[in-house]
Structures are given as C-alpha cells and as structure tokens.
Design a protein around this ligand. Structure first.
Ligand SMILES: O=C(O)c1ccc[n+]([C@@H]2O[C@H](COP(=O)([O-])O)[C@@H](O)[C@H]2O)c1
Ligand SMILES: Cc1cc2nc[nH]c2cc1C
Length: 350
C-alpha cells in the first residue's frame, strides 16, 4: 500500500543551499570555523528556499499524547494514569517542554490521540479533536490499531501539519507524551531496521532489572508478531506496533515535508515515527533535522538510518519535544550568523 504522502515529496531548494554555502565560505571566519552551525545554516536555506533566510519566526510544537495497552505488562516505571495528568500539565503550562516553549516563544498545541481517559466537562475541545481511541492495543499480542484507525491517525497528523503551515509556521517541532511509549518506539525501530530488541530496548522512564528484561521480551514478541503479520510495510507496522500517537507523528512529519516545511525532531519516540514516515514517503527526511540524541538506545540507529546527525547530546530522555526545543536556539543562531556576519572581503580588504 502506498501512503497518500508517498508521491511528490519535493526536494529542498538546492540552489538556495548552494548560495548559502557560498556566502558561508565568504564570511569573516576561517573556512569551516562555524562547524555544525554553518552546516545547519545551509540546511535552513535549502528548506526555506532562500539563500539568506531569517531565523525561525513562527514555530509550532505539536505534542501528541496517547496511552499504550502494553503498559499492563509492566514495561514502564510509571502507571498509565500519569499520561492524562501530564497532558493536564501541558495545558496548564507546567510541563518542562512548555517551560522551554514559553522561554523561546514557541506555540504549543497538545493533542490527545489515544489517551485512556475521559476529560472533564469544560476541557478545550481542541485537545480531543483528533482522538482515535482510548489506549492502543498491547503490541506483544495484538495490533496497536486497526487499519482504519491507522489511516485516521495518519490523516490526523497530516491535518496538524496543514493547520500549522496554513497559519504561517516556518518550523514545526514534534513532541510526545505517553507512559509506555518507548516500548512501541523500540519495537518499531527494531522492525524497520532489523535491530536486536536485546540491544535497542532502553530504560525509558527508568525501568531496570526484571522490568527491563520483561520489556525486552515484550519488544521481541511484538516485533516477531508484527513482522509475521505485516512484513516491512511501514504503514502497517505503524498500526501493528506504534499506536495512534506514533502514527499521527508520522503523518505530521510526512505532510510537513510535502508542504516544504522543516521539522525539528525530538527523541526516540518521534524519531521512530519519522523513520516509518521516511520509509512510506522517501525523501521526507531531507526536510527534518534532529534536535538531540536521546539516552534511549534505539534513537541512534534510527537517526543514522535517516541520515541525521543530532545537534545536541545532553543525556536527555524526557520526550515532550524538549530536545527539539533545546536545539532551537542553535538554529536561530545559525540563521542569524549567516545573515549578519560581515564578509571577509569587507573586514580584510585587499
Ligand atoms: O523521547 C525520548 O527519547 C524519551 C525517552 C525516555 C522517556 N520518554 C518519555 O517517557 C515516557 C515513556 O517512557 P516509558 O518508560 O513509560 O516507556 C513518555 O511520556 C516519553 O515522552 C521519552
Ligand atoms: C513525570 C513524567 C513526565 C513526562 N514527560 C514525558 N514523559 C513523562 C513521564 C513522566 C513520568
């Protein structure tokens, strides 16, 4: 099955990137001295389609929340009841990512795709506008979603990207919130990359000992089951192993690329979804940059497969979009340096 986004993924503007690279080489710095910041500025010029683009002006963070039936197997250090409580913290502005977003002027949009709760009357209806179901199936024994639910979640993510792009966002950030979601993330990466669950399954919120061993067994069972049922079809694997939240993240990342709009990725959960999106719509990853490297072991191989080198490596493992937010000032600096640094010829005449 081909994804709706599989066709027509445009390439970033190579001429704009080449012009930016030329300008970078003529700045009043030794050649290459801006290192990764220089490379980031060239990428930004390509994805913005102009040789000297302004720093990001309207940045939207989409936090996609969902619960996962597999939590009942004891794979997380926290109970599922934490998911809606943290979603409430996002709405109230007390979650760590919302603190960073406030500091940086980023607009936060929080979406319940599959949280296992009923919200009290008076809750902003925008929160549940794209809800697919309450909790996703336990992936060791069942598909996370039906094919219809998978399509609905992918379409929901695409709609989120469309809404941001239509509102004038020049950069999208994606974050996640969902107790247990590092289990589907690890399973998806293992299934897509033929990875070893014993190596790529991590501690998530902090499991160790018996719980970590159990989590590895669950990931192994899930990957074996889903590969038997779905082969390597990325959309079916999203429905089999991911969940409504991960499928929506994939739909968002793919649609952003098709709308020529860059995305700053976050940790292992967002990147696992993005990996499936790149498989379904090859070429999308050219529109994405990796904010950071999470402590989760499945993150690095997923980034390598996407050809992305993370900007930060701070040992963070929070999710929520926090790693993307932490990297945002670097992108602003890169763009501003390209635009405002004097030319070497003007500083060292003759
Ligand atoms: O994004 C990451 O790399 C990341 C790594 C570890 C934990 N998390 C967050 O922690 C929760 C998942 O952890 P767990 O142990 O419940 O699977 C979920 O809400 C994620 O946002 C996120
Ligand atoms: C407190 C808490 C905050 C989080 N943010 C993302 N995942 C989380 C998991 C927990 C447990």
């Amino acid at each position: 099955m081909r994804a709706p986004d599989a066709t027509d993924v445009p390439a970033p503007d190579a001429a704009a990137a080449a012009a930016a690279r030329e300008r970078l080489a003529s700045l009043a710095t030794p050649p290459g001295a801006l290192g990764r910041l220089g490379e980031l500025a060239v990428w930004w010029a390509g994805v913005r389609g102009v040789p000297v683009p302004p720093a990001p002006r309207r940045v939207d963070l989409h936090v996609v929340a969902g619960d996962h039936g597999v939590v009942a197997r004891g794979v997380s250090a926290f109970p599922a009841a934490v998911t809606p409580l943290m979603v409430r913290a996002f709405l109230d502005g007390g979650a760590a990512a919302t603190v960073l977003a406030r500091q940086l002027g980023v607009h936060v949009h929080t979406h319940d795709l599959a949280v296992d709760t009923d919200w009290p009357p008076g809750t902003d209806p925008a929160l549940t506008a794209h809800k697919v179901r309450r909790g996703s199936g336990s992936i060791d024994t069942d598909d996370a979603l039906t094919p219809e639910e998978t399509d609905a979640a992918l379409a929901a993510g695409a709609a989120l990207a469309d809404a941001s792009v239509d509102a004038g966002a020049d950069l999208l950030l994606v974050g996640d919130m969902g107790i247990g979601n590092t289990t589907p993330a690890a399973a998806l990466v293992c299934a897509l990359l033929d990875g070893d669950p014993a190596v790529l399954t991590g501690r998530g919120t902090g499991v160790d000992g018996d719980a970590l061993a159990r989590k590895r067994e669950v990931v192994t069972a899930a990957v074996t089951r889903a590969r038997d049922a779905h082969g390597d079809d990325p959309r079916r694997l999203l429905g089999g192993l991911g969940g409504a939240d991960l499928a929506a993240m994939a739909g968002l990342c793919a649609r952003a690329a098709r709308r020529r709009t860059p995305v700053l990725l976050d940790g292992v959960v967002v990147t696992a979804a993005a990996l499936a999106a790149e498989r379904a719509a090859p070429g999308s990853a050219a529109w994405w940059a990796a904010g950071h490297r999470s402590a989760e072991p499945a993150h690095s191989p997923a980034l390598v497969a996407l050809g992305l080198d993370p900007l930060l490596d701070l040992g963070m493992r929070l999710g929520e979009g926090s790693g993307a937010l932490a990297a945002l000032p670097l992108l602003s600096s890169a763009a501003t340096l390209l635009a405002e640094t004097a030319l070497l010829a003007d500083v060292l005449p003759g």
